[in-house]
Design a protein. Structure first.
Length: 147
């Protein structure tokens, strides 16, 4: 990550920096600034473990994608409701165990944030999730790699 981006200390400043980078043709720095904003939001959320922090970052990354797509700040309302009901790890498990893949991956891929997909969080922390969720995640990631 570029030093200019590392030194940004609020998500709001990251957003401004990203917009300026896009205006000047620096999509690479804009992506880094988006990632920094996601990290800052996840850290501020109060996760207890690195897996929870990564899962929260995945939600914030998805919100970033929704906001870009909609041209205005957009929350992942249903996802947050599920997190409140099941906790962040339970919500990730539930989202990945659905018969169809999570909506977010393709959208995350389009803006260079695919590492934030729930499936990637599960693969990085397989001991926290069911065998089914891990297997589904592996299969989906393999399919995405072959696409």
């Amino acid at each position: 990550m570029d030093d200019k981006v590392k030194n940004i200390n609020t998500p709001e400043k990251c957003e401004i920096f990203a917009k300026n980078c896009i205006a000047h043709g620096r999509e690479d720095l804009a992506t880094q600034a988006r990632e920094r904003a996601i990290q800052l939001r996840a850290e501020a959320h109060g996760a207890n473990t690195s897996a929870e922090r990564e899962a929260l970052a995945a939600v914030y990354a998805y919100e970033e994608v929704l906001s870009i797509k909609n041209g205005k700040k957009t929350r992942a309302g249903r996802t947050w409701q599920m997190i409140e009901r099941r906790g962040i790890i339970g919500a990730v498990e539930r989202a990945v165990n659905r018969p169809t893949e999570t909506q977010g991956y393709t959208a995350l891929l389009e803006v260079g944030l695919q590492d934030y997909a729930f499936e990637n969080v599960i693969i990085r922390h397989p001991d926290l999730f069911s065998e089914s969720a891990v297997n589904i995640s592996r299969e989906r990631i393999q399919q995405w790699s072959n696409s």
